[in-house]
Design a protein. Sequence first.
Length: 302
Amino acid sequence: MSWIVRSVAVAAMIAGLISVEPAQAYGRDGHRIVCDLAYRYLSDAARTEVDRLVAEDPQFTHFRDVCSWADEVRGSTHRHTAPWHYINQERNDPHVDAEDCAENGCVTSAIDLHAGIFADASRSDADRLEALKFLAHWMGDIHQPLHVSIAGDRGGNDINVLWRGERHTNLHRVWDSEIILDYMAGEWAWAPADERWQYFAEELAAGIPLAGVDVYTPLDPIGWAQESHDIVRSREFAYYWARAENAPIEPGDHYYETGLRISQQRLQAAGVRLAGLLNQIVEGRTQTARTVPDLPGSGALD
Ligand code: ADE
Ligand code: ZN
Ligand code: ZN
């Protein structure tokens, strides 16, 4: 951003007119946390390969930093990928399957595509690096419940929310960013805002009992999407009752607490599975004997 654009943006934010964060995916912190978690569970071989490819990137130096790139390019150089950040269901269709994917692609087909390119040793490093950057991003998106929701309100983007009595936002952003930001601001208020994600990642990692376990994850984007969809359909998510044209809904502290618990579980599941998928691909595994059993957040809520 040039300083002029930045000054205008800052002035507008102060005036409360616009917000600079795009409302399309897990916010930057969510994606960074997923990739930071994943990096901790990479096998030696997978970490070496990931580091080798990322070292060739002109823009980024560390794996965790590449994970929001897909949001940066969806409106410019990679417009065809814009629908690949989510998959929408018919309102009365609770089962996610391949036929629900839009003609131009969706998050489940994008995961298949980019896992395939990343796995293909005959492709160039540049292609495999780009596929890795996309794949790492999609694994975050598919675990954000509202990325597997219904089309009419664009995954909650059209549902106005007055968040905790003070911020005008929408339901999609609540789940991309607001819950995560509020939690971090409360827990690590003393830390600079752009460093808080590290503490959250550390805390989430401490809650994952995988010390010494080799993590492998078979490719199952439809299954992961189904989990997200089960969450958005659950009573506590309060999504199927909301209507885009209505006055803002005002979720209270109870919704925040529930949302935080779900968000923590989904970030953990996304991070562990991303690692397991990369491990499995890099090591060329076809059998999944050591697949991690139950992950937090992998079961449907009731
Ligand atoms: N645009 C349309 N549907 C969407 C969804 N489920 N998530 C994010 N953006 C969307
Ligand atoms: Zn996205
Ligand atoms: Zn989003």
